[in-house]
Unconditional design. Structure first.
Length: 334
């Protein structure tokens, strides 16, 4: 039985240039995950944590009380360790520069969607936390700048998510494969339960909000029909599974094979998911597990961000399914 802490220390030798800072950041995320896990598991018993907070985030979306709690918890855990120079969140208007001497000398910045799928929390559906770590490009010893955060996804040094469901799991990569750890609450430990995770090359699930079908581009509509058609050779029709939480849908497809799509639409002409907080970290995990992630044309990890809260259409999952979806997007490009 290997714990997350033991695994981090064991793998630290692969990153001698990090001198333990990356391990420290992952330890901070582990601590934050425990606090968020506790609040989510008490949510049904606490009137103070369920429901809308009464505010909106920068995207104009209503913030749930747990959104605010998760965001503050991640922030405080990182501030306490002073291992990152700056922090950006889907819930904040702009990035935060941590202003202590040690933080200014830190090499890394972190971005997060602190509670993905939070609208599901009041009905007891799985939610998650997504994180992404980059090496800063601004001079060490100075405050971080916007350029530290507007880096292509291929420059990530680590990324992962925590899914809070029937069990709580932390899944992450540092560019050498994907590993999953299940939380054992009686011990307070994350235990390695899913070493070297590999996404099946072929899948049987497609995950998309079909209620928005009429708003989708033609290539997406045709791909959905392809998924629904019977074909014994390719084991279709595929099964539709859509939770409405990116982490939960991606986690199922990572384990069992499938594709997740949140395309452009007449409602969201640029897509809905955020490139920096959702697209890049999930794409990094997908590629490390043998899958793919694209905006329908280009690999997600090659997109150069231009704004902190940039949205992007998102196709990710099993290699063959994503490639087929891209074929339809190219054939029926508008």
């Amino acid at each position: 039985m290997k714990t997350l802490g033991e695994f981090i220390i064991e793998k630290q030798a692969e990153y001698p240039q990090a001198k333990g800072e990356l391990s420290g950041i992952l330890s901070s995320i582990r601590l934050a995950a425990k606090f968020i896990h506790r609040e989510i598991n008490h949510a049904g018993l606490s009137k103070d944590i369920l429901g809308v907070a009464g505010s909106e985030n920068i995207q104009g979306e209503a913030q749930m009380k747990l959104d605010v709690f998760a965001n503050e918890t991640m922030k405080k855990a990182l501030i306490a360790r002073e291992e990152v120079a700056g922090f950006a969140s889907e819930e904040d208007d702009t990035f935060i520069s941590f202003d202590t001497e040690r933080s200014r000398n830190a090499k890394y910045i972190l971005m997060t969607d602190p509670l993905d799928g939070s609208s599901n929390i009041d009905v007891n559906v799985s939610v998650g936390t997504i994180f992404s770590i980059y090496k800063r490009v601004s001079p060490i010893g100075t405050p971080v700048t916007m350029e530290d955060f507007l880096q292509e996804g291929r420059k990530q040094v680590a990324a992962g998510y925590i899914t809070y469901g029937s069990s709580t799991m932390l899944v992450y990569t540092t560019g050498n494969g994907v590993n999953g750890f299940t939380y054992e609450p009686s011990l307070g430990l994350f235990i390695l339960s899913h070493p070297d995770m590999q996404m099946p090359e072929k899948g049987k699930y497609y995950s998309i909000n079909e209620g928005q079908y009429v708003t989708f581009p033609q290539g997406v509509k045709r791909f959905i029909k392809y998924c629904q058609e019977s074909d014994e050779a390719s084991k279709r029709p595929y099964s539709s599974r859509y939770i409405g939480s990116l982490v939960s849908d991606f986690h199922r497809n990572l384990l069992k094979g499938g594709i997740y799509i949140y395309p452009t639409s007449t409602v969201y002409p640029n897509g809905k998911l955020r490139l920096l907080y959702e697209g890049n970290p999930i794409a990094f995990l997908a590629e490390q597990a043998g899958g793919l992630a694209t905006d329908g044309i280009n690999p997600i990890l090659d997109i150069k961000p231009t704004t902190l809260h940039q949205r992007v259409p998102f196709f990710t999952g099993s290699k063959e399914m994503v490639e087929k979806a891209v074929e339809f997007m190219q054939e029926f490009s508008e």
